[in-house]
Design a protein around this ligand. Structure first.
Ligand SMILES: Cc1cc2nc3c(=O)[nH]c(=O)nc-3n(C[C@H](O)[C@H](O)[C@H](O)COP(=O)(O)OP(=O)(O)OC[C@H]3O[C@@H](n4cnc5c(N)ncnc54)[C@H](O)[C@@H]3O)c2cc1C
Length: 589
């Protein structure tokens, strides 16, 4: 029998970006908050030895241990899913701060169009434009409603950038396609390095509107509204897959968590693995969380007034399914909601340029040092004669070329080995540019998450099963975006052009082995009513009113940007919802 602990006000299941935000907001509000985290406690002092590509980038020391729990994968419902036994396509976090410690920091707002994608598509193109199996839906919230929460997340993290739209007025330096902002970014844009400058000139020359990408790697010293002071980025290039020992990259361990701890109202329990939410279906409530302290395998139940499921999108869905909360999605009938609309990101469109007589210091950089154009994203261009919807942000990223991972060689050179490859790899290390589109992935009837009937995790519980493949929409979008990327590279005047790295692959199917992005979305989606969503616009669960489910699991589709700006904004909104719920418990409207 599990030991039942004294009740608290709020339990956060997982302590990464979303858990950290909820913990800080509610602890500051005077609530007793417990954070249950399966990984270890850590902070910037633990990141001091991290400039070690082999340990962290290739042997994944920051990431989830797949021998204890993974997921199974198949491309379509007719296949048998098999366990993912090596990390590849995405790199979920473990440990305090979650993947928010080893992320890059590219921090976007989604377009106003994203939140009303179905209505806007119908209005502009008519009903024939949405393919039958594309389960496109509005989010149940507008950009305007989310706008103050975006600002809160950006101020907390200190995002560096230049506004493109200030209260409806287009600004020269920023992204003219973005939704209106109330005020400029908290810190100025990062340095426009020579190669980024070249990208900006080239894209302007072909009629596009380039701007410096918004970054959670600080461009200058910054003190946020919580009083947290951090120093500027050193451009060392060790962001993605590493923690920032300098604290210049916003992560939960240098922003929200110290503030939560300072209140005295937040208790962090590490190496504790949540296995179930305790659900009272009749009452429509959760009463607490059952978890194992993995140090001595003791099982506990932590009762709570409110549970925030903040375990990362994929594991949010797994815990909902294991706890029998909500109706599982059935792709045959279209009934059910939990697991529905799993989406990802489409990096299929890209292009490369090789420069024989020019060099840039590409080993320097930062996770979010980049320049971008949004002309081919969202519905910023006319889709009337196109056979796909949405688009992607096209960017050049100077994330810092690490020595092992980067071996660029132009077309015609064997990319695996041999003397010619070695020569090319040395020659082009600082002379290659890669430009890629971050394509939106729209929901499809047979892309979904459920529980695997065969394979189990270390506790004997079913693994999450992912069924996902690229659709015609993805392939056409990738092809289109690839051509747009090539136009920009060409305008940069390279000696030779390359095709870039296409993840759509030769056979056109999604391959879970090569790294693409940890931008897994959907499965516990938000919406205006319980028929087609798991949570409302406060991320409050329709089937358990004291359960809130923040994370990218709430996205009804994935946009053409990295997700965490929107994940963070929604977490602030969920925190707001929890505060309102404490004042008067009810379904929030
Ligand atoms: C290499 C990499 C680069 C990225 N770069 C970017 C970027 O540039 N821009 C961007 O927008 N996004 C980026 N992301 C994505 C970003 O990290 C995530 O969107 C963000 O961290 C999600 O926040 P979260 O709170 O939902 O999950 P996380 O921050 O991952 O936190 C979830 C926490 O829950 C814990 N947990 C899970 N299950 C349990 C359980 N059963 N019991 C207890 N604890 C549990 C995990 O250990 C983890 O600590 C990147 C991700 C990776 C991996």
């Amino acid at each position: 029998m599990p030991e039942v602990l004294d009740p608290v006000d709020v339990v956060c299941v997982g302590v990464g970006w979303t858990g950290g935000i909820i913990a800080k907001e509610l602890a500051e509000d005077g609530k007793q908050v417990v954070g249950i985290e399966r990984g270890q406690e850590r902070g910037p002092e633990d990141y001091l030895t991290m400039h070690n590509e082999l340990r962290y980038a290739l042997r994944y020391e920051m990431m989830q241990d797949l021998s204890k729990g993974t997921l199974t994968f198949r491309n379509n419902p007719n296949q048998r899913a098999l366990p993912m036994r090596q990390l590849g396509s995405f790199l979920p976090g473990k440990g305090v701060g979650g993947a928010g410690v080893h992320w890059n920091g590219q921090t976007w707002r989604f377009l106003p169009y994203d939140f009303q994608i179905r209505s806007e598509t119908l209005d502009r193109y008519g009903p024939g434009k949405i393919p039958e199996e594309m389960q496109l839906q509005d989010w149940g919230i507008t950009y305007e409603e989310l706008r103050p929460y975006y600002l809160e997340f950006e101020k907390m993290t200190g995002i560096s950038g230049a506004a493109g739209n200030l209260n409806g007025e287009i600004q020269d330096e920023g992204n003219p396609f973005e939704g209106p902002r109330n005020e400029d970014f908290p810190t100025q844009p990062m340095i426009t390095s020579p190669v980024l400058g070249r990208f900006m000139e080239a894209s302007s020359s072909v009629g596009l509107h380039p701007f410096m990408a918004p970054s959670a790697n600080l461009s200058e010293a910054y003190t946020n509204p919580d009083g947290v002071a951090r120093g500027p980025c050193q451009y060392c290039g060790y962001c993605e897959r590493f923690g920032c020992e300098w604290g210049a990259k916003a992560d939960p361990t240098v922003t929200v968590l110290p503030v939560a701890q300072e209140t005295g109202n937040f208790e962090l329990r590490t190496q504790c693995d949540a296995r179930r939410l305790v659900y009272d279906e009749k009452e429509g409530r959760v009463t607490g969380v059952k978890y194992v302290d993995t140090v001595d395998n003791t099982v506990y139940v932590q009762p709570a007034e409110v549970v925030a499921l903040t375990a990362y999108g994929l594991w949010n869905v797994k815990l909902l399914l294991l706890s029998d909360i909500g109706e599982p999605y059935d792709p045959e009938t279209g009934e059910g909601v939990v697991g529905k609309n799993y989406c990802y990101q489409n990096f299929g469109g890209s292009a490369a340029g090789f420069f024989d007589d020019e060099e840039w210091n590409l080993y320097m950089g930062a996770g979010a040092l980049g320049a971008a154009v949004d002309d081919w994203n969202g519905d910023n261009f006319d889709h009337t004669d196109l056979d796909f919807l949405h688009g992607g942000n096209i960017a050049i990223s100077q994330t810092g070329k690490r020595p092992i991972a980067n071996n660029d060689a132009p077309p015609g050179v064997d990319k695996e080995w041999g003397a010619a490859f070695k020569r090319a790899s040395v020659k082009y290390h600082n002379s290659t540019v890669n430009i890629s589109a971050q394509g939106a992935v729209l929901p499809h009837r047979t892309n979904y998450l459920d529980l695997d009937p065969t394979y189990t995790d270390e506790w004997g519980d079913p693994l999450l099963r992912m069924t996902f493949d690229w659709t015609e929409q993805d392939r056409k979008l990738a092809e289109f975006e690839g051509r747009r990327c090539a136009e920009i590279v060409e305008a940069m005047n390279p000696t030779k052009m390359g095709v870039g790295t296409s993840v759509i692959g030769e056979n056109g199917h999604y391959d879970i082995r090569p790294y693409q992005s940890t931008h897994n979305t959907g499965g516990a989606i938000m919406g205006a009513n319980s028929d087609d969503s798991v949570v409302n616009s406060y991320l409050q669960c329709w089937d358990a009113e004291n359960l809130f489910v923040p994370g990218a699991s709430a996205f009804p589709h994935n946009s053409g940007y990295n997700p965490t700006g929107t994940v963070g904004a929604l977490a602030y909104r969920a925190a707001d919802g929890i505060k309102q719920y404490f004042k008067r418990p009810r379904m929030l409207g």
